[in-house]
Design a protein around this ligand. Structure first.
Ligand SMILES: Cc1cc2nc3c(=O)[nH]c(=O)nc-3n(C[C@H](O)[C@H](O)[C@H](O)COP(=O)(O)OP(=O)(O)OC[C@H]3O[C@@H](n4cnc5c(N)ncnc54)[C@H](O)[C@@H]3O)c2cc1C
Ligand SMILES: *[C@@H]1O[C@H](CO)[C@@H](O)[C@H](O)[C@H]1NC(C)=O
Ligand SMILES: *[C@@H]1O[C@H](CO)[C@@H](O)[C@H](O)[C@H]1NC(C)=O
Ligand SMILES: *[C@@H]1O[C@H](CO)[C@@H](O)[C@H](O)[C@H]1NC(C)=O
Length: 521
């Protein structure tokens, strides 16, 4: 077991902090203890815009005093210990794609950017992969393809592989292997108490349970080791993009229902229901995506119920596994997901059945609402549906990941309404709230926010009615932030997770991102 205790007594017992912490004070204190190889800058410094990972979503963005990019785990320990001793908020940044509004509570914090933890090692013989805490999805698929291996990865190539897996992590090959967290073998992490722990099935197994599905609640994960698998179909997969008119929605939903009942593990399915101003749709259109880990002929056969509906456009091809995130949905996910600095309002939920009548109602409501308010034209309902096989490989109580029986993970959001603006506006102010200023300067562009916000909530409520569960259940990474811990982690899991929180993060240092807290009675 690797467990070290570093005591930074001078820092921890320094006189208590001023009410409003001055960035320079924090900078000076950290600069005195960090290695020269670690980067430390004030957010007002140009180097901050240049070197630090941008936030994907600027709605409810955190604000920072200073940014730190530690070079080694020992410096992570120093930063955590300093922040705790001075009661200064701290947020870990992996690849910056977390979009929950709960992050808006982070104000005047230290940005602990793991950008220097970006190494990746694959051991094809041992079938393992070890990555740094800020490696992204594309780095993983590129390295694994090279080694003839694979693992489930998220749809968007730019999101943090660690960040995603700490909340479960779902993607095209989850039908084969389950959430990404099921493939986790161990992590090295710094706890709130400043200890560097190796956590696995045999070392701190209780904490390992929590890491797999609620991991951002317990510390800073600097390195992770995963099991990887020999490539299916020699590392080739079918990608199929087909589109339908809104008027075909009922037949499409019926085909989706049929598919959900018998989805083979090699097949991942996605939908995007959105508005198109162009003929022939001139209204609601439906884009479907199929990814099949096998020969194209087999994949096409499985698509027959959809192809029989005579889609508007059909594009079926075979691609290298690593290119799936770049080509699926005509490249839309990579295109939108890799351009940070958007104003993003997600309202998502899990569905436990495909309720055709309810879904027709949702499409009709969407069509009607968009007709009445053009500000809503950019909204879309994005649907991810994976085979149950992978999720059922492990028992429900094997980890904090709680949605093994979900049929679909659905994101109704303002995705295409992206109010695009530069994420990095230069500021020479030493104000502690530069990101706020950025958002203020966008006020005119984000004036649509209230309409989008209302609409998102309405669509979520409508979908919830046909979800197959009385309560709202939402995949923690797709959550808006208003749902509460019962929806993110389930009420059944909360007592156990609260105990873990008490043991490893009693002061709530890591309670920013959809945190484990007591549910309201
Ligand atoms: C366009 C888009 C597409 C997406 N598609 C998918 C998808 O297909 N499947 C899926 O599962 N998810 C998907 N997501 C959600 C994604 O899993 C989350 O946004 C996840 O938080 C991204 O991690 P990150 O490191 O990029 O984000 P960050 O914002 O850097 O981190 C998110 C949270 O995790 C914490 N964190 C990150 N890394 C670490 C670490 N190493 N140690 C401790 N804490 C850490 C951060 O402190 C923060 O609280 C998508 C998101 C976007 C924006
Ligand atoms: C730490 O700071 C928060 C506000 O940022 C405050 O609510 C809390 O009481 C402080 N805790 C201590 C121990 O000073
Ligand atoms: C959705 O399908 C229903 C049933 O076929 C149809 O009446 C409705 O017009 C369709 N909705 C849209 C927006 O085309
Ligand atoms: C069809 O899909 C492939 C990748 O799967 C892509 O390279 C090609 O550009 C697409 N063709 C059209 C016409 O969109």
């Amino acid at each position: 077991m690797l467990a070290r205790w570093f005591s930074w007594a001078l820092v921890a017992f320094a006189p208590s902090t001023l009410a409003l912490t001055d960035p320079q004070t924090v900078y000076d204190a950290l600069s005195a203890i960090l290695l020269p190889s670690s980067e430390l800058v004030l957010v007002s410094d140009n180097a901050y815009q240049r070197d630090f990972t941008p936030r994907y979503n600027l709605a409810e963005a955190p604000t920072y005093l200073v940014g730190v990019r530690p070079a080694v785990a020992e410096d992570v320990i120093k930063v955590v210990t300093y922040a705790r001793g001075r009661n200064i908020s701290l947020l870990t940044t992996g690849r910056g794609h977390g979009y929950t509004t709960s992050l808006g509570r982070v104000q005047g914090a230290i940005n602990l950017d793991l950008g220097k933890f970006n190494s990746i090692q694959v051991d094809a013989e041992a079938k393992t992969m070890t990555i740094g805490g800020a490696v992204n999805g594309y780095q993983v698929v590129a390295a694994l393809q090279e080694a003839g291996m694979e693992i489930p990865t998220p749809q968007c190539p730019c999101i943090g592989f660690a960040g995603a897996s700490l909340g479960g992590g779902i993607g095209p090959y989850s039908g084969l292997y389950g959430p990404m967290s099921d493939s986790m073998l161990s992590v090295d992490m710094v706890t709130a108490g400043g200890r560097l722990l190796t956590v696995s099935e045999t070392e701190f197994p209780d904490l390992f349970y929590g890491i797999k599905g609620s991991g951002f609640n317990f510390g800073v994960v600097v390195s992770l080791t995963f099991q990887v698998y020999p490539a299916t179909n020699s590392g080739q997969a079918m990608n199929a993009d087909i589109t339908f008119l809104g008027s075909q929605n009922e037949s499409v939903w019926k085909a989706v229902e049929e598919l959900a009942a018998s989805q083979p593990k090699e097949l991942a399915f996605g939908l995007s229901v959105r508005y198109s101003p162009d003929p022939p749709s001139e209204g609601i259109m439906i884009a479907a995506n199929f990814i099949y880990a096998g020969p194209q002929s087999e994949g096409e056969a499985l698509m027959k119920p959809f192809l029989d509906l005579k889609p508007q456009n059909v594009n079926i091809s075979t691609v290298a596994w690593k290119h799936i995130p770049l080509v699926a949905n005509g490249g839309a996910i990579a295109n939108y997901g890799c351009n940070p600095g958007v104003y993003y309002i997600p309202y998502s939920l899990n569905l436990y059945r495909v309720d055709v009548l309810n879904l027709v109602d949702v499409v009709n409501y969407m069509s009607q609402a968009i007709g009445a308010d053009s500000a809503l034209q950019g909204t879309s309902i994005v649907w991810q549906q994976y085979a149950q096989h992978g999720f059922q490989l492990r028992p429900d109580d094997s980890s904090a990941f709680p949605y093994r029986d979900a049929k679909a993970f659905v994101n109704p959001f303002t995705k295409n309404a992206f109010v695009k603006h530069p994420p990095y506006q230069k500021t020479d102010s030493t104000s502690i709230t530069p990101s706020r200023r950025q958002i203020d300067s966008l006020a005119s562009e984000s004036s649509q926010a209230p309409a989008l916000d209302n609409f998102g909530r309405e669509i979520r409520d409508l979908l919830q009615g046909g979800s197959g569960k009385d309560q709202l259940d939402v995949y923690v990474h797709f959550a808006h932030g208003d749902e509460g811990p019962g929806s993110w982690y389930t009420k059944e899991r909360l007592p156990k997770l609260l105990k873990l929180k008490e043991a490893y993060d009693p002061t709530g240092m890591f309670s920013w991102y959809n945190p484990i807290i007591s549910a309201a009675p």
